[in-house]
Ligand binder design. Structure first.
Ligand code: HEC
Length: 135
């Protein structure tokens, strides 16, 4: 009779250990959504890699200052498409055509590999940088 109790105790103990390991795995894989801070950080690093050679937020460089850029575009789709391939949008959007002509017809290079989320992050960074630097 004693041996049966002992075996039962052993089973309960080892079952407990297994459960602990399982809850550990669930915790590690549940963190998938990006916070606003992480979005801005991702946007900043993309901006520095790909855009800052021609653009600043508050100052005109080769390209226009990007502060408030989302408000200047009537169509969000065209803004995203312009960043991926400006020439395509200049052909069909009057605002983009004017912009191109008033920037000495300098052609912005295409960034076809940027995903919607990458552009969202870059725009979040621009918006955040416009708020924190008031000049
Ligand atoms: C080689 C220079 C260059 C680089 C690099 C560049 N741009 Fe541009 N960008 C321009 C120029 C020049 C314009 C003005 C429009 C035109 O000439 O077609 C422009 C215009 C824009 C506009 C429209 C601005 C407005 O006032 O409406 C946006 C938005 C923009 N760029 C975003 C970006 C983003 C995001 C990146 C990085 C992923 C980037 N650009 C990289 C040169 C550049």
């Amino acid at each position: 009779m004693k041996t049966v109790y002992f075996a039962l105790m052993l089973c309960l103990l080892s079952c407990g250990t297994n459960n602990d390991q399982q809850s550990g795995t669930t915790k590690a894989s549940s963190n998938t959504t990006m916070s606003q801070d992480e979005l801005i950080e991702t946007g900043q690093s993309l901006f520095l890699q790909k855009c800052s050679s021609c653009h600043a937020v508050n100052m005109t460089l080769t390209g226009p200052a990007l502060k408030g850029v989302e408000k200047r575009w009537h169509s969000k789709d065209n803004l995203y498409a312009f960043i991926r391939n400006s020439q395509e949008v200049i052909a069909k959007d009057a605002y983009a055509k004017d912009l191109f002509e008033s920037n000495h017809k300098l052609q912005m290079p295409p960034f076809a590999d940027l995903k919607d989320n990458d552009i969202l992050a870059i725009l979040a960074y621009i918006k955040n940088a416009s708020i924190s630097a008031r000049h």
